[in-house]
Design a protein around this ligand. Structure first.
Ligand code: NDP
Length: 335
């Protein structure tokens, strides 16, 4: 078993030396367990949080422990009813080539239904984040304007496509002209804005002539600064992620803008609500039914950014936090 462990906690941007590759023996599965050969590892922004010791909604990875992560793989040996060698399963296997897993925590996949790695993207955790956050908190109504950032990624790209399917105007914010063209030409967004454009705020205002009714918050930072003045009365803001801040080591210099923010929330009666995807676990089946059907019918599209080889996962995660990925970030661990 080859695996990648957390060697040290990063200060700011993670660096290759924060990770270490190791080999370890592979055991036989105990009662209720299966041995899995990992084929796909999912890379996700939350992994930056797990590398840090700061308080969060889940405990950090310990120094010397295998980096956490979701994956898809093939059962090699089973000591659990209902799973047999050759079955393809999704689970939280971590950054390693082989994993011992409790069968209870696994989801068996049907390769005939959809490519199995979609269980890590549009039909998995990121897709469910988009679908549940937008519906439960964003509550988009036909004719409204929905804005989302990190819009070319697995969460944002689905948020914008659902907004269109619900009859809304969808505006995506992404880094670079190529991602912007993809949003408009391939995914059917109404407009795209580049967050590195020096006039991002002006371009966003032009793209939202009737203001913003739903802002699906994935990034924070300068994008949030551009969005806040455009939010309409009673706008809803699902607070999903703040990737612009994940590598931050201290608060940005003043002035303190909290009073201005609180006043905007009061005067414009804004709803800002944070959520973690598993808050809506009861809706998992409904999510998979609806998005699964859309995917089969070609009404939603998705895109993958595949890195070959487990040893390249650290660089790929470092890149993901800077927008180097274009689509759902995956590592092909084995074929
Ligand atoms: P992405 O694949 O979209 O990757 C993150 C993207 O963020 C990068 O590709 C980059 O795209 C963009 N980005 C990075 N830095 C900045 C910045 N300073 N300003 C603007 N954009 C930036 O990730 P996901 O779709 O997997 O996740 C999107 C968000 O959803 C993340 O914040 C993540 O933490 C959150 N999330 C939350 C969950 C929850 O339960 N609350 C569950 C899953 C995800 P670009 O090229 O456009 O800059």
């Amino acid at each position: 078993n080859r695996r990648i462990v957390l060697a040290s906690r990063p200060e700011g941007e993670p660096r290759p030396e924060n990770f270490r590759a190791e080999t370890a023996p592979v055991d036989a599965p105990g009662p209720g367990q299966v041995l899995v050969r990992v084929q796909w590892l999912s890379l996700d922004p939350y992994m930056r949080g797990r590398m840090s010791a700061a308080r969060s909604y889940v405990k950090p990875v310990g120094i010397g422990e295998v980096m956490a992560g979701g994956g898809v793989g093939e059962v090699l040996a089973s000591n659990a009813p209902g799973l047999a060698p050759g079955d393809i399963v999704m689970g939280y296997f971590g950054w390693q080539t082989h994993a011992m897993a409790d069968a209870a925590g696994l989801r068996k996949l049907d390769p005939a239904e959809a490519p199995v790695q979609t269980a890590l993207g549009i039909l998995g955790m990121p897709g469910m984040t988009a679908w549940t956050g937008l519906h439960n908190i964003g509550q988009p109504k036909p004719g409204e304007t929905v804005v989302v950032a990190a819009a070319a990624g697995p969460v944002g790209s689905l948020v914008g496509q659902i907004a269109r399917l619900r009859g809304c105007r969808a505006v995506g914010i992404a880094g670079g002209a190529e991602k912007g063209r993809y949003l408009v030409d391939e995914l059917g967004f109404d407009a795209a804005v580049d967050h590195r454009d020096p006039d991002m705020a002006g371009k966003l205002a032009a793209a939202c002539p009737k203001g913003i009714d739903v802002y699906f918050e994935n990034v924070g930072g300068t994008v949030w600064d551009a969005v806040l003045p455009l939010l309409n009365d009673f706008a809803r803001v699902p607070v999903c992620g703040l990737v612009a801040a994940y590598n931050m080591t201290e608060l940005p210099p003043g002035p303190d803008r909290t009073p201005a923010l609180m006043r905007a929330i009061l005067v414009r009666r804004l709803t800002l609500r944070g959520f973690i995807v598993w808050d809506f676990n009861a809706q998992e089946e409904a999510f998979r039914q609806e998005v699964g059907a859309w995917l089969r019918e070609g009404r939603v599209k998705h895109r993958e950014d595949v890195t070959e080889g487990l040893e390249n996962a650290p660089e790929a995660l470092i890149g993901l936090l800077k927008g180097r990925n274009f689509g759902k970030a995956l590592v092909r661990v084995a074929r």
